[in-house]
Design a binder for this molecule. Sequence first.
Ligand code: SF4
Length: 372
Amino acid sequence: MRGIRDPRLLPIAEKVMEGKRLSFEDGLVLYQTKDLPTLMRLANLVRERKHGHKTYFVHSIRVSQTNICYVGCTFCAFQRRFGEEGAWDFDVDEVVAWVKERYQPGLTEIHLTAGHHPKRPFSYYLDLVRALKENFPGVQVKAWTAAEIHHFSKIARLSYREVLEALKEAGLDAMPGGGAEIFAERVRRRIARAKVSAEGWLAIHRTAHELGIPTNATMLYGHIETLEERLDHMDRLRRLQDETGGFMSFIPLAFQPDGNQLARELGKKEFTTGLDDLRNLAVARLYLDNFPHIKGYWATLTPELAQVSLDWGVTDIDGTLIEERIVHMAGSPTPQGLTKRELARIILMAGRIPVERDALYREVRVWDRVEA
Ligand code: SF4
């Protein structure tokens, strides 16, 4: 590869071109280098090797059955207590009615994540999956983070395996990747003390994969974590993926500095910069060689930066969302949803091929043009 300005990138570029795995130290160089054009070219090389110009999105609706939560993660602006202003707590019928009101033809995925409600029994969650599958036949239910699965196992006094088996039996198709935050204990103690541990998160995903439930993985960055801690996070995911092969995509999520305790404690008002976001995506694409997709989640990146990210290793910009609430309650200035046409246009205008997919990354439709 020509034009490499940072000599430390030479051996890394060789490894990438030969399809060899990068070391932890290589990852640190990628985080530190000022030679961003080379970083971008390397990430793009891997993205095109894996998927050519294809770029995926999903017609999906975001649902949070409640925002009542007792866990108290310090970065979270979504959680509410019982009776607090802005709290909601839907019954099964109310969730179904909420989705019916917003239902659009061709909807592929219902994505459910919410707070840890202290009073709902586990049977409520099974009923919810069953009701969604009954009322919206053909739509896939991608539901509940490992943190929520851990909560269910505590309230139902069941093992992770028993919880996941019951959810799968009820119709669960896939799991989102939230709750991972940053695995390092130092960070977790400060930002997510009462949540599932890193080991618990990984054990739940391992079990889900063993049961044939594919999952995603996230990383919340841009707060107090070091670059080594970001890499350690990815390293643990890479090792689990070597074992199971059950992860579909990796989704870096930028910390949103509004309305949460952590932002107040840190005196932090700024969002991560575009370059930090892009660099992080590129490092993920290069380091996580065994992950099929790196997702540039437009709701935190902005649609404009998500479009740019397609040259930095990203092969998926997530979905229509319809009414996203979690990152928007933390200050994300992006729209709460985009249409399929808007998503396809963003991708086409970047010179890539928009592919509408389902929750399991099966192709639904290739958009070769955008209808007026
Ligand atoms: S991130 Fe999730 S578990 Fe943590 S406080 Fe917010 S809703 Fe609760």
